[in-house]
Design a protein around this ligand. Structure first.
Ligand SMILES: *[C@@H]1O[C@H](CO)[C@@H](O)[C@H](O)[C@H]1NC(C)=O
Ligand SMILES: *[C@@H]1O[C@H](CO)[C@@H](O)[C@H](O)[C@H]1NC(C)=O
Length: 395
């Protein structure tokens, strides 16, 4: 039965490659098909990554002017859309915003100086703005504007937003979903390489955080448990199962700690938004998993009378880590608003692991029951390696 170890590593690599093959996403361009009533042509366009928004623009370096059209759908009909440049930082605070909405039945653009989350004042902006205009059709709103940008600027910090309503000629607060908080980025005036159009390094790090944790806590750890529980039923797989189990869990732990650290970093940078339960579960997971690593070193010998208690301790912490890990991965999916396909892919992987576990559980029972002729009539209970070892494997 030596090929067993080989087979379980095949399973392992199968899932790993399944996961990896699902990672790359594709970006479809749609702004290129958008046309304007004034027949004006813009030299560049971006499908902004969040809030279904688009930006068309032409930069005229001879007089440092930028001509833009921002297109988005308000959060609700009767709402507003906004595009802003932040000359002093990233994000909303400090942004110089153009906001379009319907005022007394007429689409208008107004300019706002956003000096803090609580101070949104209609005023002139810190740079010249001219030729502003707003349109609405089929639920989409468009802001047209020309702005003066600092001479020799190569990029600008842009922020965009959509809101649900307008009260007495003043736009109401927008939602605070992840998309609303991340809708910002660098706009490259010449359309060069740095034009990420909003996919900033933070978003990239969030994705890395998600992938590391989903692979480690979400896939490798459950796989390691399956190896320990089922492969060790086969006497000839001893001690191979142990090395497989230990190396699977130790690598899961290493990747998981990296993922955990990126999560803590992201959490400490996230001002104003806290995901306390995701964070607390993450900390609990790290602590429990670290205990498991200690357990490896404190493991009594098989015959030792404390081994029974050690097994209970090791198994109960192990199963808690699996459950908490999977719960936290789904919490993370919600926080990051991951595309449906990711969630589905993960559900498929975890369901496949579950299915394999059920199948192996059944096989284990059959083997155990066939071994009834032995003095052991108890089915394999996951604790007693010595007993399972005496059972005949083949009939
Ligand atoms: C810059 O040049 C463009 C076209 O050449 C013109 O439409 C625009 O008014 C100019 N802007 C300024 C600030 O002079
Ligand atoms: C925007 O508001 C801040 C704080 O009130 C002020 O310091 C700044 O000068 C204002 N900017 C403009 C362009 O009015």
């Amino acid at each position: 039965m030596a090929p067993l170890a080989f087979r379980s590593s095949l399973v392992f690599f199968f899932f790993l490659s399944l996961w990896v093959s699902l990672i790359p996403g594709t970006i479809s361009l749609t702004c290129t098909s958008q046309k304007f009533t004034n027949n004006q042509l813009y030299s560049k366009c971006l499908d902004l990554p969040l809030l279904n928004s688009y930006l068309h623009y032409t930069y005229d370096s001879s007089n440092s002017s930028l001509s833009v059209v921002f297109i988005a759908t308000p959060a609700k009909s009767g709402g507003w859309i906004s595009w802003a440049i932040n000359p002093t930082g990233e994000g909303m605070v400090g942004a110089q915003a153009l906001i379009a909405f319907k005022n007394d039945g007429v689409m208008t653009v107004k300019t706002y100086n956003i000096s803090s989350y609580s101070s949104i004042v209609q005023s002139k902006l810190s740079f010249d703005v001219w030729d502003t205009k707003a349109e609405e059709s089929d639920g989409l709103m468009r802001i047209f504007a020309k702005v003066k940008v600092p001479a020799k600027a190569e990029s600008l910090n842009q922020v965009w937003q959509v809101g649900p309503s307008v009260t007495a000629g003043f736009p109401d607060k927008h939602a605070f979903g992840q998309a609303n908080l991340q809708s910002k980025g660098t706009l490259s005036l010449n359309g060069g390489q740095i034009s990420s159009g909003g996919v900033d390094s933070r978003t990239k790090r969030k994705n890395i955080h998600g992938v590391l944790n989903a692979v480690s806590w979400g896939i490798l750890l459950p796989l390691g448990v399956i190896i320990a529980r089922y492969v060790k039923t086969f006497p000839s797989a001893d001690p191979a199962w142990f090395y497989l189990h230990a190396s699977c869990q130790v690598s899961a732990y290493a990747i998981g700690v990296a993922g955990w650290a990126t999560g803590l970093k992201l959490g400490s940078e996230s001002k104003g938004v806290q995901y306390s339960s995701h964070r607390n579960i993450g900390i609990a997971l790290f602590s429990l998993a670290t205990l498991q690593i200690f357990a490896l070193f404190l493991r009594p010998k098989k015959e030792h009378k404390f081994r029974f208690y050690w097994n209970i301790y090791h198994h109960s912490i192990g199963y808690s880590v699996i459950v908490l890990g999977i719960v936290n991965i789904f919490k993370g999916f919600d926080i990051l608003h991951v595309a449906h396909k990711w969630k589905t892919a993960y559900i498929i992987v975890i369901a496949a692991l579950g299915g394999i576990a059920i199948l192996l559980e059944a096989i284990t029972w059959i083997i155990t029951l066939r071994g009834k002729s032995n003095k052991s009539t108890k089915p394999y209970d996951g604790y007693n390696i010595g007993q399972s070892r005496q059972q005949p494997l083949t009939t």
